[in-house]
Design a protein around this ligand. Sequence first.
Ligand code: SF4
Length: 466
Amino acid sequence: MSEDHIYDECGVFGVYGNAEAARLVYLGLYALQHRGQEAAGIVSSDGVRQYRHHGMGLVGNVFDRPNLDRLEGHIAVGHVRYSTTGQSVSANCQPIAANYHGGSLALAHNGNLVNAFELRRELESNGAIFQTHMDTEILIHLIAQNRTKDLRDALLPSLKRMQGAYSMILMSEDVMIGIRDPHGLRPLVLGRVDGSWLLSSESCAFDILDGELIRELEPGEVIMINRDGLHSEKPFMTTKQHLCMFEYIYFSRPDSVVENQSVYENRKQLGRQLALERPIDGDVVIAVPDSSNVAALGYAQESGIPYEIGLIRSHYVGRTFIEPDQKIRHFGTKIKYNPVRYVLEGKRVIVVDDSIVRGTTSRKIVTMLRRAGAREIHFLSSSPPIKHSCFYGIDTPDPAELIAANMKPNEIAKAICADSVYYLSIEGLLKATGREANCCLACFSGEYKAGRPENFTKDIMEKARR
Ligand code: SF4
């Protein structure tokens, strides 16, 4: 994974029916930490009162024994955040907690609403006072402005007004609700442990609890869990699924299962497909660690070229660090990666990364490999070229900054100082993952099947958030 990368917005985790609900959520969030490192939060409920703790930083920094002990109750919902809407400040931590005429609510959201601007403007003109800059808060206001006290009756019409990507966990005093948008853009899975119900962005978080994966929520499914058990319904008109393909390429952990498919196996197939599409006479295949390890392994297995660890990634680098006064070239990249000269010297090196976004980090990595003695460098991306912005909860730069939107592969090779550059084809991506058109490819194709904000400019969105 490179620094100039695209980032997922967040991960959500919920537990219903366990005396240690908050502690289980805490562990679940640990397993989902890769989905967001800016902030973390948990809200719990004992059936009467809600308890909340959140903060900026990693799960392990935000929570300790005393604050976890204060999160009482048999239900808890948690969230790890990487911000794509709303500033990176403590007020924008999730889950959002609120009191309204029907009781108390807490909401954790993964995704992005494409009609957030219009909904927020409408709600504000009806008197709503927003506490955060997040699109997530819109659902709270839609529910609160509904006159019914019955949560289900207020929720379903509210959901029908929202467009875009949302996998959510909503909690009231004694109910936990899992919600997946009709396009099924972001994943949400249901599990069990010791008779308790679990909801999670990814199945790997069940493994840490010795929990069992029951199934994926279907696109457009709403699951309500309370003391009577689980009730499922599909209140939306049937829509074709459009799962985000970056869940397989990069976001989800390889030990997760997404839509009944092993992320590990799919990622390996991406590498195999790359080798079929772009055979190269090379000496060694290396990955840009860690998210490209499995795809690089697939390339090596298909091509018969040895797989080696040519870059070592430090796992102890936070998001901020102090650079020495004496400027070191490419300091940010160097502190994260170091090349293994023994593997690279005099070799024709095939590098596999999961994407090339702006190309700035790719160039630094290629420079680093050349300095370590690589004779040839062929840079392969296990995703197709990213040419368009994502409006569904993934932080992508403006198309003006996306290198593939502005250059051809041979020009990109020159720009990043590689001997060649190749991107997996869209057809190859579909073949490797066994999906047909039931997925989102908008950042590659520009076809936004789940809608896009009207009159969108980054400027308008930024102003809307302030
Ligand atoms: S536009 Fe790209 S990153 Fe965004 S949801 Fe679709 S496939 Fe995923």
